[in-house]
Ligand binder design. Structure first.
Ligand SMILES: O=C(O)CCC(=O)C(=O)O
Length: 227
């Protein structure tokens, strides 16, 4: 088994540094800059619809080469979010697992609850088996470390299903968090169930990340992925 596949299975994440070249990063930044990000927003939820070069990247061989060894060749991108932590939007996120998926429409299905709407997009919490088969690809457009609020993770925490609040507290107390530091162009692959958080930047500058989620099959019971 490829070393990064094994790391994702066992630790829930792997970082691949300097994966995208500087020219590709500059082009992505230029395209994203055409959107209005001046209002201090922490991010943009539907980046795949808004920026064609991001949806092209999400389907590119370069990114599929990272996803397919883990999810297989039926994998496809199902959600894309752009995050930026910057001086006028310097935010933090407490320890959590990613439990929601974006869907085309809400259906009244007992296993897909709770339902919510995030920036106009319907979301649901699916059965854990669906989240266990997903992969998140985070593409860094800037160097990131503790000083600009890099993502922190707790290795192995993705293997216990959905954690309760006391279980999350226990994981925090008994395990060392790792800061996923990398250079611009670096990629973090992670399982959505991996416990993660991020702190306020102490030296705020841009910390731009394209966050893509992949799934290996269609949803069932009439439910459809949003993207
Ligand atoms: O980018 C970050 O700092 C946090 C992102 C996050 O919490 C998430 O994707 O669930």
């Amino acid at each position: 088994m490829d070393i990064s596949v094994r790391e994702v299975e066992e630790r829930g994440f792997v970082t691949i540094d300097s994966y995208l070249d500087p020219d590709s990063i500059d082009l992505l930044i230029a395209d994203i800059n055409t959107l209005d990000l001046t209002s201090g927003r922490a991010g943009i939820r539907n980046i795949l619809e808004l920026v064609p070069s991001v949806s092209k990247l999400a389907r590119s061989q370069e990114i599929r080469a990272l996803v397919e060894p883990i999810l297989g060749d039926t994998a496809r991108v199902v959600r894309g979010i752009f995050f930026d932590k910057q001086p006028n939007a310097n935010w933090k996120v407490p320890w959590h697992q990613d439990l929601s998926i974006a869907v085309k429409q809400h259906l009244d299905l007992p296993d897909y609850h709770p339902q919510s709407i995030k920036e106009g997009v319907p979301h649901v919490q699916p059965p854990i088996a669906i989240l266990e088969r997903m992969l998140t690809v985070r593409i860094h457009l800037d160097r990131t470390d503790e000083s600009n609020g890099a993502l922190k993770v707790i290795p192995g925490s993705h293997r216990q299903g959905k954690l309760t609040t006391p279980q999350i507290d226990e994981w925090k107390q008994l395990n060392r968090a790792i800061s996923c530091n990398c250079q611009a162009g670096g990629v973090l692959l992670m399982r959505p169930l991996l416990l993660h958080s991020s702190s306020i930047a102490t030296t705020p500058s841009h910390r731009r990340v394209i966050h893509l989620e992949y799934a290996d099959r269609p949803l069932d019971k009439g439910l459809e992925w949003y993207y």
